[in-house]
Design a protein. Structure first.
Length: 289
Protein backbone atom coordinates (compact mmCIF):
# COMPACT_ATOMS: atom_id res chain seq x y z
CA UNK A 1 0.00 0.00 0.00
CA UNK A 2 2.95 2.35 0.53
CA UNK A 3 3.56 2.43 -3.23
CA UNK A 4 -0.04 3.52 -3.84
CA UNK A 5 0.28 6.24 -1.20
CA UNK A 6 3.54 7.55 -2.71
CA UNK A 7 2.03 7.52 -6.22
CA UNK A 8 -1.04 9.34 -4.90
CA UNK A 9 1.09 12.00 -3.18
CA UNK A 10 3.19 12.52 -6.32
CA UNK A 11 0.09 12.80 -8.51
CA UNK A 12 -1.59 15.45 -6.34
CA UNK A 13 1.75 17.25 -5.79
CA UNK A 14 2.03 17.82 -9.55
CA UNK A 15 -1.13 19.93 -9.34
CA UNK A 16 0.08 21.73 -6.21
CA UNK A 17 3.42 22.58 -7.84
CA UNK A 18 1.80 23.91 -11.03
CA UNK A 19 -0.70 25.86 -8.93
CA UNK A 20 2.12 27.51 -6.94
CA UNK A 21 4.22 28.11 -10.08
CA UNK A 22 1.63 30.51 -11.48
CA UNK A 23 2.63 33.04 -8.82
CA UNK A 24 6.16 33.22 -10.21
CA UNK A 25 7.52 34.39 -13.54
CA UNK A 26 7.69 31.02 -15.25
CA UNK A 27 7.09 29.76 -18.78
CA UNK A 28 4.83 26.70 -18.62
CA UNK A 29 6.09 25.03 -21.79
CA UNK A 30 9.71 25.42 -20.68
CA UNK A 31 8.83 23.79 -17.34
CA UNK A 32 7.11 20.96 -19.22
CA UNK A 33 10.18 20.56 -21.45
CA UNK A 34 12.57 20.28 -18.48
CA UNK A 35 10.12 17.89 -16.85
CA UNK A 36 10.62 15.40 -19.69
CA UNK A 37 14.40 15.78 -19.50
CA UNK A 38 14.30 14.70 -15.85
CA UNK A 39 11.65 12.00 -16.38
CA UNK A 40 13.70 10.47 -19.20
CA UNK A 41 16.91 10.65 -17.16
CA UNK A 42 15.36 8.79 -14.22
CA UNK A 43 13.70 6.29 -16.55
CA UNK A 44 17.17 5.53 -17.94
CA UNK A 45 18.72 5.26 -14.46
CA UNK A 46 15.97 3.19 -12.80
CA UNK A 47 14.63 0.99 -15.60
CA UNK A 48 17.70 0.69 -17.87
CA UNK A 49 15.68 0.64 -21.12
CA UNK A 50 16.80 -1.89 -23.73
CA UNK A 51 17.42 0.56 -26.55
CA UNK A 52 19.08 -2.15 -28.64
CA UNK A 53 15.71 -3.95 -28.84
CA UNK A 54 14.06 -0.92 -30.42
CA UNK A 55 13.44 -1.14 -34.16
CA UNK A 56 11.34 1.57 -35.76
CA UNK A 57 9.74 -0.93 -38.14
CA UNK A 58 8.47 -2.98 -35.16
CA UNK A 59 7.09 -0.10 -33.11
CA UNK A 60 3.43 1.06 -33.00
CA UNK A 61 4.51 4.36 -34.57
CA UNK A 62 1.06 5.95 -34.85
CA UNK A 63 0.27 5.28 -31.18
CA UNK A 64 3.68 6.49 -29.97
CA UNK A 65 3.70 9.62 -32.13
CA UNK A 66 0.21 10.51 -30.86
CA UNK A 67 1.51 10.27 -27.29
CA UNK A 68 4.58 12.39 -28.16
CA UNK A 69 2.32 15.29 -29.13
CA UNK A 70 -0.52 14.77 -26.66
CA UNK A 71 1.55 14.45 -23.46
CA UNK A 72 3.12 17.95 -23.47
CA UNK A 73 -0.02 19.60 -24.89
CA UNK A 74 -2.36 18.03 -22.31
CA UNK A 75 0.19 18.86 -19.58
CA UNK A 76 -0.14 22.49 -20.68
CA UNK A 77 -3.95 22.27 -20.57
CA UNK A 78 -3.67 20.81 -17.05
CA UNK A 79 -1.49 23.72 -15.92
CA UNK A 80 -3.91 26.27 -17.44
CA UNK A 81 -6.88 24.48 -15.87
CA UNK A 82 -5.18 24.55 -12.46
CA UNK A 83 -4.52 28.26 -12.92
CA UNK A 84 -8.06 29.20 -13.93
CA UNK A 85 -10.41 26.73 -12.17
CA UNK A 86 -8.26 25.23 -9.40
CA UNK A 87 -7.00 21.89 -8.11
CA UNK A 88 -10.34 20.41 -7.08
CA UNK A 89 -12.03 20.57 -10.46
CA UNK A 90 -8.90 19.85 -12.48
CA UNK A 91 -8.08 16.70 -10.48
CA UNK A 92 -11.67 15.47 -10.73
CA UNK A 93 -11.71 16.17 -14.49
CA UNK A 94 -8.49 14.17 -14.82
CA UNK A 95 -9.83 11.23 -12.82
CA UNK A 96 -13.24 11.19 -14.53
CA UNK A 97 -11.38 10.86 -17.82
CA UNK A 98 -11.49 7.13 -17.00
CA UNK A 99 -14.90 6.93 -18.69
CA UNK A 100 -13.24 7.50 -22.10
CA UNK A 101 -11.09 4.32 -22.07
CA UNK A 102 -14.12 2.49 -20.66
CA UNK A 103 -16.27 3.68 -23.57
CA UNK A 104 -13.45 2.74 -25.93
CA UNK A 105 -13.35 -0.77 -24.46
CA UNK A 106 -17.03 -1.14 -25.36
CA UNK A 107 -17.21 0.53 -28.77
CA UNK A 108 -13.70 -0.32 -30.03
CA UNK A 109 -12.67 -3.52 -28.24
CA UNK A 110 -16.11 -5.12 -27.89
CA UNK A 111 -16.09 -5.53 -24.10
CA UNK A 112 -19.36 -6.49 -22.44
CA UNK A 113 -20.62 -4.03 -19.82
CA UNK A 114 -22.15 -4.96 -16.48
CA UNK A 115 -24.97 -2.98 -14.86
CA UNK A 116 -22.46 -1.56 -12.37
CA UNK A 117 -20.23 -0.21 -15.13
CA UNK A 118 -23.16 1.34 -16.99
CA UNK A 119 -24.39 2.94 -13.75
CA UNK A 120 -20.85 4.21 -13.04
CA UNK A 121 -20.63 5.83 -16.46
CA UNK A 122 -24.01 7.53 -16.11
CA UNK A 123 -23.08 8.85 -12.66
CA UNK A 124 -19.72 10.03 -14.03
CA UNK A 125 -21.42 12.05 -16.77
CA UNK A 126 -23.66 13.78 -14.22
CA UNK A 127 -20.68 14.29 -11.87
CA UNK A 128 -18.79 16.11 -14.62
CA UNK A 129 -21.70 18.53 -15.10
CA UNK A 130 -22.07 19.25 -11.38
CA UNK A 131 -18.34 19.45 -10.63
CA UNK A 132 -17.64 21.93 -13.41
CA UNK A 133 -20.70 24.04 -12.64
CA UNK A 134 -19.36 27.53 -11.99
CA UNK A 135 -20.21 29.58 -8.93
CA UNK A 136 -23.03 32.09 -9.17
CA UNK A 137 -20.70 35.04 -8.49
CA UNK A 138 -17.86 34.06 -10.81
CA UNK A 139 -15.53 36.77 -11.98
CA UNK A 140 -16.21 38.34 -15.36
CA UNK A 141 -14.82 36.29 -18.18
CA UNK A 142 -14.30 33.18 -16.03
CA UNK A 143 -16.84 31.20 -18.01
CA UNK A 144 -14.54 31.28 -21.03
CA UNK A 145 -11.92 29.28 -19.05
CA UNK A 146 -14.10 26.22 -18.47
CA UNK A 147 -12.92 24.53 -21.62
CA UNK A 148 -9.57 23.79 -19.92
CA UNK A 149 -10.82 21.10 -17.50
CA UNK A 150 -12.89 19.61 -20.31
CA UNK A 151 -9.75 19.44 -22.46
CA UNK A 152 -7.94 17.84 -19.51
CA UNK A 153 -10.69 15.23 -19.25
CA UNK A 154 -10.66 14.44 -22.96
CA UNK A 155 -6.86 14.58 -23.24
CA UNK A 156 -6.10 12.26 -20.34
CA UNK A 157 -8.83 9.90 -21.49
CA UNK A 158 -7.31 9.57 -24.96
CA UNK A 159 -3.81 9.25 -23.45
CA UNK A 160 -5.06 6.41 -21.24
CA UNK A 161 -6.42 4.57 -24.29
CA UNK A 162 -3.10 5.02 -26.10
CA UNK A 163 -1.10 3.77 -23.09
CA UNK A 164 -3.33 0.68 -22.96
CA UNK A 165 -2.37 0.04 -26.57
CA UNK A 166 1.31 0.51 -25.66
CA UNK A 167 0.96 -1.93 -22.76
CA UNK A 168 -0.56 -4.53 -25.12
CA UNK A 169 2.49 -4.29 -27.40
CA UNK A 170 4.82 -7.10 -26.26
CA UNK A 171 7.62 -7.02 -28.85
CA UNK A 172 9.48 -4.38 -26.78
CA UNK A 173 9.57 -4.18 -22.93
CA UNK A 174 7.07 -1.69 -21.52
CA UNK A 175 9.71 0.34 -19.66
CA UNK A 176 11.65 0.71 -22.90
CA UNK A 177 8.52 1.94 -24.67
CA UNK A 178 8.01 4.37 -21.78
CA UNK A 179 11.50 5.76 -22.44
CA UNK A 180 10.62 6.08 -26.14
CA UNK A 181 7.44 7.98 -25.20
CA UNK A 182 9.34 10.36 -22.91
CA UNK A 183 11.99 10.90 -25.60
CA UNK A 184 9.39 11.86 -28.19
CA UNK A 185 7.50 14.11 -25.76
CA UNK A 186 10.79 15.80 -24.87
CA UNK A 187 11.54 16.51 -28.55
CA UNK A 188 8.04 17.89 -29.19
CA UNK A 189 8.09 20.08 -26.04
CA UNK A 190 11.49 21.55 -26.87
CA UNK A 191 10.53 21.94 -30.52
CA UNK A 192 7.65 24.14 -29.37
CA UNK A 193 9.95 25.98 -26.97
CA UNK A 194 12.54 26.68 -29.67
CA UNK A 195 9.84 27.99 -31.99
CA UNK A 196 8.58 30.34 -29.27
CA UNK A 197 12.10 31.45 -28.35
CA UNK A 198 13.34 32.00 -31.92
CA UNK A 199 10.18 33.19 -33.67
CA UNK A 200 8.08 34.65 -30.84
CA UNK A 201 11.13 36.11 -29.02
CA UNK A 202 10.11 34.40 -25.79
CA UNK A 203 12.83 34.62 -23.13
CA UNK A 204 14.71 31.51 -22.06
CA UNK A 205 14.44 31.60 -18.26
CA UNK A 206 16.93 29.75 -16.04
CA UNK A 207 14.46 29.53 -13.13
CA UNK A 208 12.28 27.22 -15.25
CA UNK A 209 14.94 24.50 -14.86
CA UNK A 210 14.30 24.20 -11.11
CA UNK A 211 10.53 24.08 -11.52
CA UNK A 212 10.85 21.59 -14.39
CA UNK A 213 13.20 19.38 -12.36
CA UNK A 214 10.72 19.23 -9.47
CA UNK A 215 7.87 18.51 -11.89
CA UNK A 216 9.90 15.78 -13.62
CA UNK A 217 10.70 14.08 -10.29
CA UNK A 218 7.03 14.09 -9.28
CA UNK A 219 5.91 12.93 -12.73
CA UNK A 220 8.40 10.06 -12.73
CA UNK A 221 7.62 9.23 -9.08
CA UNK A 222 3.93 8.97 -9.89
CA UNK A 223 4.60 6.54 -12.75
CA UNK A 224 7.28 4.54 -10.89
CA UNK A 225 5.20 3.96 -7.75
CA UNK A 226 2.05 3.30 -9.79
CA UNK A 227 3.80 0.54 -11.75
CA UNK A 228 5.34 -0.78 -8.52
CA UNK A 229 1.90 -0.88 -6.87
CA UNK A 230 0.54 -2.94 -9.77
CA UNK A 231 3.48 -5.35 -9.38
CA UNK A 232 2.95 -5.69 -5.62
CA UNK A 233 -0.82 -6.10 -5.99
CA UNK A 234 -0.82 -7.96 -9.29
CA UNK A 235 -3.82 -10.06 -8.22
CA UNK A 236 -5.84 -6.99 -7.17
CA UNK A 237 -5.47 -4.34 -9.89
CA UNK A 238 -8.86 -2.88 -8.97
CA UNK A 239 -7.47 -2.00 -5.54
CA UNK A 240 -4.75 0.11 -7.15
CA UNK A 241 -7.16 1.65 -9.62
CA UNK A 242 -9.80 2.54 -7.02
CA UNK A 243 -7.38 3.81 -4.35
CA UNK A 244 -5.59 6.08 -6.83
CA UNK A 245 -8.76 7.58 -8.30
CA UNK A 246 -10.61 7.97 -5.01
CA UNK A 247 -7.46 9.18 -3.26
CA UNK A 248 -6.69 11.89 -5.82
CA UNK A 249 -10.26 13.20 -5.74
CA UNK A 250 -10.35 13.30 -1.92
CA UNK A 251 -6.82 14.64 -1.35
CA UNK A 252 -7.03 17.11 -4.24
CA UNK A 253 -10.36 18.45 -2.98
CA UNK A 254 -9.03 18.72 0.58
CA UNK A 255 -5.92 20.66 -0.49
CA UNK A 256 -7.80 22.88 -2.93
CA UNK A 257 -10.46 23.96 -0.44
CA UNK A 258 -8.33 24.12 2.73
CA UNK A 259 -5.00 25.48 1.48
CA UNK A 260 -5.88 27.36 -1.71
CA UNK A 261 -9.31 28.57 -0.52
CA UNK A 262 -10.99 27.46 -3.74
CA UNK A 263 -14.66 28.38 -3.85
CA UNK A 264 -17.14 25.59 -4.47
CA UNK A 265 -20.92 25.78 -4.62
CA UNK A 266 -23.41 23.13 -3.50
CA UNK A 267 -23.55 21.55 -6.95
CA UNK A 268 -19.75 21.26 -6.97
CA UNK A 269 -19.81 19.33 -3.69
CA UNK A 270 -22.57 17.12 -5.09
CA UNK A 271 -20.36 16.55 -8.14
CA UNK A 272 -17.44 15.48 -5.93
CA UNK A 273 -19.69 12.98 -4.12
CA UNK A 274 -20.98 11.63 -7.44
CA UNK A 275 -17.44 11.37 -8.81
CA UNK A 276 -16.51 9.20 -5.83
CA UNK A 277 -19.64 7.10 -6.36
CA UNK A 278 -18.84 6.69 -10.06
CA UNK A 279 -15.34 5.39 -9.28
CA UNK A 280 -16.73 2.97 -6.67
CA UNK A 281 -19.33 1.61 -9.13
CA UNK A 282 -16.71 1.12 -11.82
CA UNK A 283 -14.43 -0.57 -9.27
CA UNK A 284 -17.24 -2.95 -8.31
CA UNK A 285 -17.82 -3.70 -11.99
CA UNK A 286 -14.23 -5.00 -12.18
CA UNK A 287 -15.06 -7.66 -9.59
CA UNK A 288 -18.40 -8.49 -11.17
CA UNK A 289 -16.93 -8.87 -14.68
Amino acid sequence: MLSIIFSLICSVSVGVLLKIAKHYRVVLMQIIGWNYVIALLFTQLVFSPQWQSVSVSDLPVMVLSSLWFLLPIVFLFQALSLKHVGIVKTDIAQRLSLFIPILASYFVFGETFSHYKIAGLLVAFVAIFFTLNRAEHSAAGEQSKWHYPLLVLLGFGVIDVLFKKVAAFTAVPYTTLLAVVFSGALIVAWGLNLYRILRKKEAFQINNIGWGTALGLLNFGNIYFYLKAHQELSENPSTVFATMNLGVIILGSFIGVLFFKEKLNKLNYLGIAMALLAVVLIMISQFKA
